[in-house]
Write a protein that binds this ligand. Structure first.
Ligand SMILES: [Cu+2]
Length: 199
């Protein structure tokens, strides 16, 4: 009997620990708005929040801000793609934004480059988008490159706003990631979970 109690206690403690470690899911406010921040202070590469839940069929307004000291990417997809030569993570096999009508509803921040949307690729060349930001950290290497939707923002670039409605066929778990510096941002924790739930 005593042993049974011990087992129950161990399981309870383990469950509590697991619960405490998982970042709490964040949902958009009642107007559909959710702010996603890119952070890199003191080596802490991450997105905040790290766990986002969207509901299919509901209009959402993603507000993306680079509050770090480095350039960062914003991509959403599933199935991380790795470069064949060195195994570095370089993007996603499946692009979340494929099939999502977002093109006409993007407000780019200053110095933010948009890629992966046909007929809309370009950048708002704001101040501070020098050679430095896009050069060495560039996204192409030996024929393998990012596919799909991507925002590339320099430090202190403005706010980028993406407005869209998540289609029901996107229900599932997705990853938000930055693959700069040869995938090291992603490996250092610059990733977040995006879960799309059915209405
Ligand atoms: Cu990054």
């Amino acid at each position: 009997m005593k042993r049974k109690l011990q087992i129950i206690l161990v399981i309870t403690v383990a469950a509590l620990l697991l619960f405490a470690c998982a970042p709490a899911p964040v949902t958009p406010d009642p107007s559909g708005e959710i702010v996603i921040v890119q952070i890199d202070q003191e080596g802490a590469m991450r997105f905040s929040p790290e766990n986002i839940v969207l509901t299919a069929g509901q209009p959402v307004r993603l507000i993306v801000q680079n509050q770090g000291e480095k350039s960062h990417e914003f991509m959403i997809g599933s199935e991380v793609a790795y470069r064949s030569s060195d195994g570095a993570p370089i993007g996603f096999e499946d692009d979340f934004f494929e099939g999502i009508d977002v093109a006409g509803n993007i407000t780019l921040g200053q110095g933010v480059m948009l890629m992966g949307i046909e007929g809309m690729e370009g950048m708002d060349m704001g101040e501070g988008m020098g050679e430095e930001g896009m050069g060495e950290e560039g996204m192409e290497e030996e024929g393998e490159e990012h596919g799909g939707f991507m925002l590339m923002s320099n430090p202190s670039s403005g706010t980028t706003i993406l407005e869209f409605t998540v289609p029901e066929d996107k229900v599932g778990t997705w990853i938000i990631g930055c693959f700069l510096d040869n995938g090291s941002h992603f490996e250092d924790g610059m990733r977040a979970t995006l879960t799309v739930v059915a209405p």
